[in-house]
Structures are given as C-alpha cells and as structure tokens.
Design a protein around this ligand. Structure first.
Ligand code: PRP
Length: 211
C-alpha cells in the first residue's frame, strides 16, 4: 500500500482539520510533538501529513505532492488550481466582502473608478470586472488589509470577515458580500482515480460526521 499524503493549511485550520480526521480514525500522534520536522507519518495507516502555508496547499495538491488538502475556500478561489473540491468541512465559516468606511458606499453605487486593497487580487478582479462591471485599480497587500482605507491607500478592501470585530474596531463596515467561505477538503485529480477506495472512505466519513 502506498502512502496517502495530506497537506494541511498551517494554524487554526490544521488544528480543526486534524480534529475532524481523528473523529473518523485518521490519526497522527507525531504531529503534536515539539519539533522542527516538516513531515509526519502514521506508519500503521500508511499516511503522511505536512503543514504548509495556506496559499501553497492547492499547489501541492494540483501537482500530486499531496493527495489530499485541507484549506479555506478563499484560497481555493484565489489560487484556481486544477483539483477536486470534495467536502465542505463546516468550520472556518466566514464571508469574503467588500468593506470600507460607510461613505465609500457611494463610490460603489456610482460606478466610480476606485482603488481596492486586498490579499485576494483574483477574487477582487473577478468580482469587480466580471460581476459588477466596475473599473477598479487593485492593490495587492499581504496582511492587515483594514489599514488601507484608514491611511488613504484605497477606498475599499476585499477581505474576509469572520466576527466583524476588526471592521468594527476600525470604523469600517461591510458594503457588499461576495461569497460565503469555509474549510474544504480538496483532492488531486489522479489520486482520486488511483486511490478512489481509500479517498472515498475518507470523504464519506467526513460527510457522515455532519449528519
Ligand atoms: C483576517 C482577515 C481580517 C480578520 C477578520 O485576518 O483578513 O483582518 O481576520 O476577522 P474578524 O471579522 O473576526 O475580525 P488575519 O487575522 O488572518 O490576519 P491578516 O490581517 O494579517 O491577514
């Protein structure tokens, strides 16, 4: 039996994904040890696990370096890799939104050319260009996106809102909602055929957890 390899998006996502996997008997005790090791193995079940930056998880899965990935829908939409998205894991629920100061609502309604700061340029581009038909200038940032309208870098942002606390604490509001998000399981296209039995068992197991 060959190893099945899992790529997990580092951080909260990995913790929640491991919990779900443990609930269906897929365990990896080694991953909890204090080490700088990058790959963890369950020899008995012939499984390998590694943690990666969220935006890299779809890449590992597309190329088959991982058979299975656990990653947010935001990253799947942004990376647009060739893979199967098979299970909505039901955690990490949040929304991709357009946000800004309340007065920015006008510039969205009157179709002005505005600047949009975001960590998600593809999602922002598709939303403004294809869905809204509004010309915008997209400015790519790598974090603390809410800063952009506060310091005059952009009129609005495209970002994730979970509790709404970051927006609220900075006098910003949701202006438009783009799409609901949550954690997903993704699978390499070839692995889905070659290892269909083992992978389908995992998919069914995870789906049954929510019933
Ligand atoms: C995310 C997101 C928002 C915040 C939303 O940022 O980009 O800033 O969480 O959460 P809330 O609605 O519960 O306040 P993250 O903490 O991942 O860090 P980043 O700003 O560096 O991207």
């Amino acid at each position: 039996m060959r190893y099945l390899t899992f790529a997990l998006a580092k951080g909260r996502m990995a913790k929640a994904a491991l919990k779900k996997l443990e609930a269906i008997g897929i365990t990896c005790d080694e991953i909890y040890t204090d080490t700088r090791k990058l790959i963890f193995v369950n020899e008995e079940l012939k499984l390998k696990f590694f943690l990666a930056k969220a935006s890299d998880v779809p890449t590992y899965v597309e190329y088959g370096a991982a058979d299975i990935g656990f990653v947010g829908k935001d990253t799947i939409l942004e990376e647009k890799r060739n893979l199967y998205e098979v299970v909505d894991l039901g955690f990490g629920k949040c929304h991709m939104v357009v946000a800004g100061p309340p007065e920015a609502k006008k510039s969205l309604e009157f179709n002005n050319t505005i600047r949009v700061a975001t960590k998600y340029p593809r999602i922002a581009k598709e939303y403004f260009y294809n869905k809204k038909n509004q010309k915008v200038e997209i400015i790519k940032l790598n974090g603390s996106i809410e800063l952009a309208p506060l310091v005059g870098l952009a009129e609005v942002i495209v970002d994730i809102v979970e509790t709404g606390a970051t927006l609220r604490d900075n006098g910003l509001v949701v202006l438009e909602t783009i799409v609901p998000l949550s954690a997903r399981m993704v699978v390499n296209r070839v692995s889905m055929k070659m290892e269909d039995e083992r992978i389908n068992r995992i998919i069914e197991g995870l789906r049954d957890l929510d019933k």
